[in-house]
Write a protein that binds this ligand. Sequence first.
Ligand code: GDP
Length: 365
Amino acid sequence: GLKAGIVGLPNVGKSTLFNAITQAGAESANYPFCTIDPNVGVVEVPDERLDKLTELVKPQRKVPTAFEFVDIAGLVAGASKGEGLGNKFLAHIREVDAIVHVVRCFQDENITHVSGKVDPLSDIATINLELILADLETVERRLERARKNTKSGEKKYIQEVQVLERIREALYNDQPARSVELDDDEKLLVRDLHLITSKPVLYAANVSESEAANADGNPLVQAVRAYAESEGAEVVPISAKVEAEIAELDGEDKALFLEELGIKESGLDRLIKAAYKLLGLQTYFTAGEQEVRAWTIRKGTKAPQAAGVIHSDFERGFIRAEVVSYEDFVAAGSMNAVRERGQLRLEGKDYVVQDGDIMHFRFNV
Ligand code: GDP
């Protein structure tokens, strides 16, 4: 499964947020692929479509899809030189597929800020610099090797040197590796470097409890938004403290508490949705009497590989898929009505599964 890593300077609210994530707790029995690790929290992806399908099909159970957040502690200024938990931190962050960068936008004299002042833009710059320095070291090392290899005259190495030089140039100019536009071949050449600054990022702006319902009134959040926009990144304002309280409630109590706060959707739910999108993920559904369930695929996944998410046998023995779009299913109201309307399509192995598709796979065993 794909993972989003939570990073940020000390005392910005990472642990508070991560505790809210683990408290909210997914039914881990449903997600055998998930890691059991104190630094990993499994979250279920809230999806109104799944709720609607459950209402229509009335199955015995409803199973949302899930993914993992990893708490990556230990980033301080100097991490790229091995300060603090530097090296361990960098090893962990290389393994994630997207980064949620928590920045402090709450004022509280009792909670020390590592640089003495609440200034999210300077915090972002500090962290980004460490990540850029770490990548720079990786790129330099590889570049040295690639240059030696060009002596063989192989075109592959010449191209590799060119790509690495472009990335190094960006890093030297304080720009992340993701700002360098690469075609698919070029991406392949550097993929195994796992460059940290090539991973997609979103900013979680942690505001105080009193601002939970109106975070955008906070000038620091506005500043983070303006900065993120220049990078093409998203911002999710959130009050980690409030989320920690919400996570202890369930169902009706949670709804009541949100209403009291004047919030439609919890910050955690917004964060989960934004991270899911950031990871380039989308959802298809299976809908049977036993179970209505959401499954995660990467955008562009074809039917057999989508089937493989359920079970490898489904992929190996794939014959075809019966497919109906979510909209058509809801308009028809039931699978029988979908059939009567002639809206159940038969699709083969080249079908690219669309977000919201309801799939039924036929396969040989
Ligand atoms: P981390 O070092 O980034 O993991 O930060 P923590 O989650 O441990 O938070 C550091 C301190 O800030 C803790 O005492 C938290 O209770 C506090 N804190 C976190 N979020 C908020 C907030 O929104 N408002 C206030 N007043 N304190 C917060």
